[in-house]
Design a protein around this ligand. Structure first.
Ligand code: NAP
Length: 258
């Protein structure tokens, strides 16, 4: 059966690539796109553009909504989709814990699958998993995430997810010197249970992360680089295929592929 897909954010860096991927997949039909502005032309001959998600869903009846937009819009999109029984596949990052809990409750109430993937790249998912295992033995962890300078949320969803996965294998503990002081605010980065997260934003970068795990006389560095947004596309395809088979919220692709 062909899966009817709608996509929010079609003119973004990720959105453009995802539209091309969905169109060329014979198991998917791109039925509509949701844009924030009215002046976007239709894609191809038959893919209409909407600025209202409600109208888009009522008129084109998608099975799945892929969201690649901005943190300020994605939560409303996901809630609306779930209300209508449309399954969200969300790549947009920047959810608060409260928003995630609200979505989880909504998924339970509606019994409609939803996938939130802070990172669609298989290599990044493996890096997170390896970091989670390594932190059991080397619990002093610092995460350095590096992205292009147009990214609006920090730290990245991948860094937050990595820290959350590590929290499952590492006890809460403060790192560094007990009386360490920042002489310039922010020098030690964000603090998650004592783990430090540092966000770098520079033109030229795409999406990169290092997890540094230090021990006596040793350092383990796990590094992943997405050089191109093509690295995310197979994860989007997999998520669309999987979300129609599920009725729970999946947060992170590791629950599907590992
Ligand atoms: P981008 O180039 O800034 O694209 C975002 C797009 O969303 C823009 O075209 C923007 O349009 C559109 N938009 C904003 N508000 C909207 C709304 N209310 N309805 C519909 N569209 C709206 O960003 P990007 O690099 O493509 O990234 C998009 C998101 O994906 C970000 O949250 C990023 O962190 C995330 N991301 C995730 C992964 C992953 O693997 N999960 C990988 C890379 C990026 P206007 O500018 O015209 O408003």
């Amino acid at each position: 059966m062909v899966i009817k897909v709608a996509l929010a954010g079609p003119r973004g860096k990720m959105g453009k690539e995802a539209v091309a991927t969905i169109i060329k997949n014979k198991d998917f039909l791109l039925v509509a796109v949701l844009d924030s502005k009215k002046d976007m032309e239709s894609i191809g001959d038959r893919v209409p553009t909407f600025t209202s998600l409600q109208l888009l869903i009522e008129q084109t009846e998608p099975d799945v909504l892929v969201d690649l937009t901005v943190p300020s819009a994605v939560f409303d999109h996901a809630m609306t989709a779930l209300e209508y029984g449309v399954r969200p596949v969300i790549g947009t990052t920047g959810f608060t814990d409260l928003q995630l809990d609200t979505l989880r409750n909504k998924v339970e109430e509606r019994q409609v699958g939803c996938i939130i993937a802070p990172n669609f790249s298989i290599g990044a998912v493996l890096m997170m998993k390896f970091a989670q295992t390594a932190a059991k033995y080397l619990p002093n962890v610092e995460i350095i995430e590096m992205h292009h300078d147009q990214k609006v949320d920090a730290p990245s969803g991948t860094a937050i997810k990595t820290a959350q996965m590590i929290q499952q294998t590492r006890s809460s503990m403060e790192q560094g010197h007990p009386s360490e002081e920042e002489t310039i605010q922010g020098a030690r980065g964000a603090n998650v249970d004592g783990m430090r997260i540092h966000s770098v934003r520079l033109p030229g970068l795409v999406a990169h992360q290092q997890v540094l795990l230090g021990g006596e006389g040793q350092l383990l560095t796990l590094r992943h680089d997405s050089f191109d947004r093509a690295s995310f596309m197979s994860g989007i395809v997999l998520s669309i295929e999987e979300v129609v088979k599920r009725n729970v919220l999946i947060y992170g692709l590791e629950d599907i592929i590992l």
